[in-house]
Design a protein around this ligand. Structure first.
Ligand code: IZC
Ligand code: ZN
Length: 409
């Protein structure tokens, strides 16, 4: 049992479902609060105005010394298991090559593919565990990780097994997404349809049988997969019980966000170039828009139309997109800063975007994402007094203490 007392402000969204419109910014604030977490890691009581929960005599105590506490942060979009880095691409970008130029020349994702195929399962696992440790210190208590650097059956399954092992070994809850349709490997060059057929016939059934993924994702993009190919793999995965995510409108608006609405995707991600029709489609299906502002920064692209999405009633989440190419950053606090300055979201909207809405984007809204009795005891105590400070200060890790399932990390 853990008692966190003397919390100056406990700030949290509320509920189990994604918040949209004006609800996105609605934050419950308890002043001079305490939170009691049971031995099994579940929140059992929240008190305020200096009162302490009953039956807490035997609890271990943390004194928050008047600081801000929030739910643990949820990183709903990462590619955290990979071999190698891609530092050599940055000079190419500086001299004018685009993300798709580099991919079309056999670099980018296809470069990471070579290094990921080469690495052993244990090597990938040990490295990813260090990344997750770094994320824990940054306040991230749950993480989604995608495959997609194998692009053959053996390596995709290897990556997914690593992700499952990370869920057991890391401090965080780790959700697994199958992204076999991330690029077209050389074995299927010029034959995207053939590669989608292969994934559907040979790889997806094995992924589902071994229960290696919670979601299926696809990179719907120019010179990668078109809408028809994306629809095919996502519907095949839905039939096997895997709900959909889509990398949509990152560079070109091909219709990925419209497809997300059409097939009821749980989330659509990136959405840098999304059109009005995509926003309307996502609003109608309550698809979570998972926005990745550090990728806009790193690619030198515009920032997603977060305000228009919120106005239209699309629930917005914010994540890192940690990957070796377009976002080599593990720090979701920087995504929050960019959400403030570049998306023009308000601190309450940003908090919801990295907690409850992110939890809903990975199918965990009933378990994590808010501090409420019955939810898991995942909290961050900050070196800050209020949530505006989290959005405002930049470049420092503002975390003081991280608590996962009632245990201090
Ligand atoms: O490795 O380039 N956009 N996939 C789609 C990525 C970025 C990750 C990468
Ligand atoms: Zn991604």
């Amino acid at each position: 049992m853990l008692l966190i007392k003397n919390i100056g402000t406990l700030a949290t969204p509320q509920g189990n479902t994604a918040r949209c419109g004006a609800e996105q910014g609605r934050i419950k604030e308890y002043k001079n609060a305490a939170v009691l977490i049971s031995g099994s890691g579940v929140i059992t009581a929240i008190t305020e105005n200096g009162k302490l929960p009953e039956n807490a005599e035997n609890a271990e105590i943390i004194d928050a010394c008047g600081a801000l506490a929030t739910p643990g942060l949820v990183d709903a979009h990462t590619h955290l298991v990979f071999g190698g880095w891609r530092a050599h691409e940055v000079p190419l970008k500086i001299s004018g090559a685009s993300y798709l130029d580099i991919l079309n020349a056999g670099g980018g994702i296809l470069n990471t593919l070579v290094n990921t195929r080469k690495a052993s399962e244990d090597e990938l696992f040990e490295r990813a565990l260090l990344f997750l440790d770094e994320q824990a210190a940054l306040g991230i208590t749950s993480v989604e990780i995608k495959s997609g650097y194998g692009l053959d059956k053996e390596t995709e399954l290897k990556q997914l097994r690593v992700i499952r092992r990370l869920n057991e070994a890391a401090a965080q809850d780790v959700v697994s997404t199958f992204l076999g349709a991330h690029a077209i490997p050389d074995e299927f060059k010029g034959n995207a349809d053939g590669y989608i057929d292969y994934l559907i016939a040979e790889v997806l059934p094995e992924v589902a049988k071994e229960k290696l993924a919670d979601f299926c994702d696809v990179f719907t993009e120019s010179s990668v997969f078109n809408v028809e190919q994306s629809r095919r793999i996502l519907l095949a995965a839905q039939k096997l019980g895997l709900p959909s995510k889509i990398h949509a409108d990152e560079i070109d608006p091909l219709g990925g966000s419209e497809l997300a609405g059409e097939i009821g995707a749980v989330s659509a991600e990136h959405l840098i170039a999304t059109r009005d029709s995509g926003i309307a489609a996502m609003a109608a299906s309550k698809t979570v828009a998972c926005l990745l502002p550090q990728t806009s920064l790193y690619l030198g692209k515009p920032f997603a139309r977060a305000r228009d999405m919120i106005s239209a009633g699309v629930p917005v989440a914010i994540a890192t997109d940690f990957n070796p190419g377009s976002c080599p950053s593990l720090n979701i606090q920087l995504s929050m800063n960019l959400g403030y300055l570049k998306y023009r979201m308000y601190p309450g909207e940003i908090l919801t975007a990295v907690t409850l809405n992110a939890a809903c984007a990975i199918g965990m809204g009933e378990v994590i994402g808010s501090v409420e009795p019955g939810k898991q005891g995942d909290l961050v105590i900050w070196q800050a007094d209020d949530i505006a400070m989290l959005a405002y200060r930049m470049g420092s890790n503002q975390v003081k203490t991280v608590i996962k399932k009632g245990k201090i990390l």
